[in-house]
Design a protein around this ligand. Sequence first.
Ligand SMILES: CC(C)(COP(=O)(O)OP(=O)(O)OC[C@H]1O[C@@H](n2cnc3c(N)ncnc32)[C@H](O)[C@@H]1OP(=O)(O)O)[C@@H](O)C(=O)NCCC(=O)NCCS
Length: 162
Amino acid sequence: MIRLEKLTWDNYDDVLKLKVAKEQKEYMVPNSECLIQAFFAMTESKAQVFPFGIYFGKKPVGFMMIARDVPWIEEYCGSHAKYYYIWKFMIDERYQGNGYGKEAMLQALNLIRTFPAGEAEYCWLSYEPENTAAKKLYASLGFVEKPELYENLGEMPAVLKL
Ligand SMILES: CC(C)(COP(=O)(O)OP(=O)(O)OC[C@H]1O[C@@H](n2cnc3c(N)ncnc32)[C@H](O)[C@@H]1OP(=O)(O)O)[C@@H](O)C(=O)NCCC(=O)NCCS
């Protein structure tokens, strides 16, 4: 029942209403700000950014942004291989703990493995080390932490071989 839907003019405001819990705000800027960051990543660098709404049936429950060629992965993680980057990811506080996050991540990885913006070897993401929910979820999907790169990035990077 969970599906990723590309954000367009017609549905982008669905995700603007979604929020994380108060104690999770340090992990994620508001979704509106994520879209502004996407604009600058695309206009000021060669990044490609693909924002998605996460829907349970017709109900918007979360937001995700997949990116490619974001300069900081090359700069801070030293990755010169081709990669996708799960840049932003949230499930609204009202809908957390129902398995939606895991299902959305599985679908995102399936999508990435179709290489919609060109082939790649790796998928990167990063998170605050104390973000237990994110850390456990990503580890369960096979992401491997790279603590040696933590200081460079200021967040814990983790990588999955596609
Ligand atoms: C991280 C997040 C997306 C998980 O979404 P979710 O829909 O609640 O997650 P799920 O219900 O699919 O749970 C998947 C796994 O995550 C882990 N998890 C989820 N909530 C957890 C919690 N409160 N404590 C510990 N582990 C948790 C568990 O391993 C769980 O698997 P299990 O149920 O088999 O143990 C959600 O907590 C969120 O939006 N957090 C705020 C924003 C954020 O931190 N985004 C990530 C930034 S990198």
